[in-house]
Write a protein that binds this ligand. Structure first.
Ligand code: C5P
Length: 400
């Protein structure tokens, strides 16, 4: 792979894994350039990183020689991807607020290239409201994330979320973002997980969807080079590498997040959208004595049908999911006609598919049907992503 990666090493103990990442990236044939923050140099030396990349490492915004030689603007532009390892709480805060008082943050502000962050910090710093706010801002700015993972911390006896993703995972996330795959330049919208429909500030109607299949599809599409927006209800899953996530709760918010993400070439609606919502959401907690014997419900918008029936911005390919227990193909054909979508992926949910890691599906298009053997949700996602790539081949890409 003949791509240029700019690696920004931040100041945290996980910086040592950045050296391993340089090796893993170079093995793919990528050209790697390194910028280190001042704090990073307490953990690894520019000499070590420089020896691995085979050229000088850039550290200083105000060094006349370095600025004259390459300069922060060229560093920001002469690459295909910037990856930040570790993305410390401090670097995330600076990026979220557009600060640029050192070389690393100036490069990150000046670039127009994709940025991948691999956060690493103490679990308390990660959980801190300020860090979580910055995370949301960065996600909304389209920054990609890999990790953090859950596990043992450098501090003795500490465990939790905050461990940096392993170098191989970060390399794979880089490859997904750099991919010249068959979906490069194509835009995808994927919905996943349950929706949550509030009854009052503490109670809601929802379902047990885990989001696993939808997240796997978003990830598989990104691996083939698509620009993916995942609109997700609450799940316990980590954001897939190279995917933009919009987190929502209600069906109505899911629909507007999908509409905001248009235009797109393909929409894959995997979410288990609640068919109804409480007609009224009480502003205050409903008291035991006040509870009516029945909750009045209103039908939610059908997101799949709405996107399928758009006249101007309809994605070239709209795919729905269907959970069926019998007459799978016949019922799916009825659903294609009713919703106006192009394909239905029909799950046979008579077994242990819900919440599990395996799935058994039929792919039903307007004029054909394939029955796939039982396989992991990841494999279903990869197979579906290649079918999508095949179907979009030669189709004009949607522009604004
Ligand atoms: O009608 P049914 O719920 O069986 O259809 C399932 C398909 O429709 C799934 O793709 C699901 O994501 C989508 N759907 C939707 N909005 C709804 C209900 C279902 O997008 N309100």
């Amino acid at each position: 792979m003949n791509k240029r990666v700019l690696l920004v090493i931040g100041g945290g103990i996980a910086a040592y894994k950045s050296l391993e990442l340089i090796r893993r990236l170079k093995e793919t044939g990528a050209d790697v350039r390194v910028v280190m923050t001042k704090a990073a140099q307490h953990f690894v030396t520019p000499l070590a990183a420089g020896a691995l990349v085979g050229e000088r490492v850039f550290t200083d915004l105000f060094d006349q020689a370095q600025e004259f030689d390459v300069g922060h603007i060229r560093l920001a532009r002469e690459c295909d991807l910037i990856v930040v390892t570790p993305a410390t709480a401090d670097l995330m805060a600076k990026m979220a607020n557009g600060l640029a008082d050192d070389l690393a943050s100036a490069v990150l502000l000046a670039t127009d290239k994709p940025i991948l962050l691999a956060p690493a910090m103490n679990p308390h710093m990660w959980a801190n409201a300020a860090t979580q706010r910055n995370l949301e801002v960065l996600r909304a700015d389209g920054r990609a994330f890999v990790g953090p993972n859950e596990g043992e911390m450098a501090e003795r006896g500490e465990r939790g979320f905050g461990r940096m993703a392993e170098p191989e995972e970060i390399r794979d996330a880089c490859l997904a973002l750099l991919s010249d795959g068959p979906l490069k330049g194509k835009k995808a919208i994927v919905t996943a997980g349950p929706t949550v429909e509030a009854l009052d500030p503490v109670r809601f109607l929802s379902n047990r969807s885990s989001g696993k299949q939808g997240y796997a599809i978003a990830s598989a599409l990104a691996q083939l080079g698509a620009n993916v927006t995942l609109v997700s209800g609450p799940t316990a899953l980590a954001t897939p590498a190279g995917v933009k996530v919009k987190r929502i709760e209600s069906a109505r918010d899911m629909l507007s997040a999908c509409e905001d993400a248009l235009p797109a070439d393909v929409a894959v609606m995997v979410a288990a959208v609640a068919d109804w919502r409480p007609s009224k959401t009480a502003k205050k907690k409903i008291k035991k004595g006040d509870a009516a014997s029945a909750v009045e419900l209103t039908e939610n918008p059908d997101i799949l049908a709405t996107l399928s029936k758009l006249t101007k911005k309809r994605p070239a390919l709209v795919i729905g999911f269907a959970a069926e227990t019998d007459n799978v193909e016949a019922n799916a054909r009825v659903k294609i006609a009713k919703k106006g979508c192009d394909w239905i992926v029909a799950n046979d949910v008579s077994g242990d598919v819900m919440g599990g890691n395996d799935n058994q599906v039929m792919l039903i298009t307007r004029d054909a049907a394939q029955s796939w053997p039982r396989m992991s949700k990841d494999l279903v996602a990869q197979k579906l992503a290649s079918e999508i790539a095949e179907a979009l081949k030669g189709k004009a890409t949607r522009r604004k």
